[in-house]
Ligand binder design. Sequence first.
Ligand SMILES: Nc1ncnc2c1ncn2[C@@H]1O[C@H](COP(=O)(O)OP(=O)(O)OP(=O)(O)O)[C@@H](O)[C@H]1O
Ligand SMILES: [Mg+2]
Length: 362
Amino acid sequence: MQISSLKLLNFRNYETLELKFSPKVNIIYGKNGMGKTNIIEAIYMLGLTKTFRSNNDNIVIKRGKNIAKIEGTIKNTILNNYKIIINNAGKRIKVDNNKIAKISDYITRVNIILFNPDDLKMIKDTPSIRRKMLNIEISGINNEYLLLLTNYNKVLKQRNAYLKALNKKKSYDDAFLKILTEQLVELGLKIMWIRTEFINNINSYISDIYYEITHKGTLKVVYKSEFINKSKESILKMFEKNISREIFLGKTIFGIQHDDLEFKIDSEIVKEFSSVGEQKNSIISFKLAEIKNIENKLHKKPILILDDLFSELDEEKINNILALIDTDLQTFITTTEIAYVDEKLLKNAKKFYVKDGKVEEE
Ligand SMILES: Nc1ncnc2c1ncn2[C@@H]1O[C@H](COP(=O)(O)OP(=O)(O)OP(=O)(O)O)[C@@H](O)[C@H]1O
Ligand SMILES: [Mg+2]
């Protein structure tokens, strides 16, 4: 899969921009704050409809303007024109000028694997950040997942509201609560199975990749869920036993809304034990494992974006990472220092010099 051209209007610090990319390596370089990440953010947004930098997509509209456009030609099995128009009222998404209503189908069309320094949050931050990241990654490869998740959250909200109401009433309609609990458990189990399969697939690649980068330690990802290795019946029993506590709290106490991931190198927990460089290598290994998973499951090659990969990593690790990247993969690399980029890679790459919202293609 490749993006061959990108056209921007009023996107971040670009008023207008038109670029043609190489199907292989593209290097975007320039000083801090010039607009390197903005370019790859536009590519990411074209594939996933959302920015990775904010919960609010309007933020990408150039200050002082009221509409932004991203347009690109992307080759999947065939060549398509993708367009996203963002204004304060929302977003319009088009493929070959046809309006797209179902986001879950759109986001599985274009597979983008992004590494961004903010991804370190995936290790350091709270479980909710890790769940969010897990949801984004799985939604990109499974078009049923987003709907399951939306339905689960609806039932969870409804169940919580019902429990709160019961707390005040001190009596309850057993049948209705039973229906809600069953729905919650059924949807939750489906989500747990998809998450389990995804993490299992990642684990079948990640330790080798991590070892090739660092030559030290075995990395794995542990998926934690209250539903894991449990049958529907045993989970329903667990709910039954705790019903008075749930009514007292006015809240559902079990479910996949508490799921978490833990990165481990040998038996040590990366979050508590590892250096910043080791954390970064763990995340990179995760992303490269995702590429293998997409190639294996979907028989597609995703677009790889490495934003500011080089900071905080030593030269040896950088070279080991770059050596792992398949030369057939369209790759975007942003950097402040083009000197960080390996000479062989540089020779075959298309280079873009970014200065204050203007780009020179070389
Ligand atoms: N909505 C917006 N309108 C106009 N300018 C914006 C908008 N959002 C961000 N910017 C500007 O874009 C610039 C940041 O660009 P970007 O993050 O792409 O920089 P960068 O080249 O990746 O820098 P670094 O090397 O520090 O990562 C900032 O100067 C910021 O003020
Ligand atoms: Mg940047």
